[in-house]
Design a protein around this ligand. Structure first.
Ligand SMILES: NC(=O)c1ccc[n+]([C@@H]2O[C@H](COP(=O)([O-])OP(=O)(O)OC[C@H]3O[C@@H](n4cnc5c(N)ncnc54)[C@H](OP(=O)(O)O)[C@@H]3O)[C@@H](O)[C@H]2O)c1
Length: 118
């Protein structure tokens, strides 16, 4: 990788906001943050950052019945400060920022609609 290059890893809000029944997902997402922060030192000057999405409407939940999926998103949306779930483009914007900004490394960019606050 070019020394001006960067890596952006994807974690998730469950690393920062506890909930029942998601312990393994929380552990994996937290591990990604630890990995990125360590790699930021080990791979320097390559920059290594993390984007941490909240609940994003993606095909990952295509297996859920449509009605259940809508109810899930509606329930999450009404709890969030931004009053909506995210879309993939919003996460992509975060990734593009971390790729572009040459003074960020070992950082976590939360693209979660304020989920970890509530
Ligand atoms: N959606 C959320 O609410 C949410 C929240 C927090 C964090 N995240 C994180 O965001 C990331 C993306 O999630 P998503 O919701 O966008 O999932 P998704 O809709 O299921 O998309 C996953 C993507 O990963 C690709 N993929 C899967 N296995 C792969 C492999 N072995 N090699 C290369 N590509 C592979 C899939 O490609 P194909 O389509 O070709 O299979 C697909 O494009 C995940 O790390 C997830 O944990 C998601």
């Amino acid at each position: 990788m070019a020394s001006q290059g960067s890596l952006t890893l994807v974690s998730g809000v469950v690393a920062f906001k506890s909930d029942e029944g998601i312990s393994s997902l929380a552990a994996v997402n937290a591990a990604i943050v630890g990995l990125a922060q360590t790699l930021a030192l080990e791979l320097s000057p390559v920059r290594v950052n993390v984007v941490s999405p909240g609940i994003i409407d993606t095909p990952a939940r295509a297996g859920m019945p449509e009605q259940d999926r809508r109810a899930f998103y509606q329930n999450i949306a009404q709890q969030l400060p931004v009053q909506k779930v995210g879309v993939a483009e919003e996460v992509a914007q975060g990734i593009l920022f971390l790729m572009d900004n040459t003074f960020t490394t070992g950082t976590v960019l939360h693209v979660d609609g304020g989920h970890r606050l509530v």
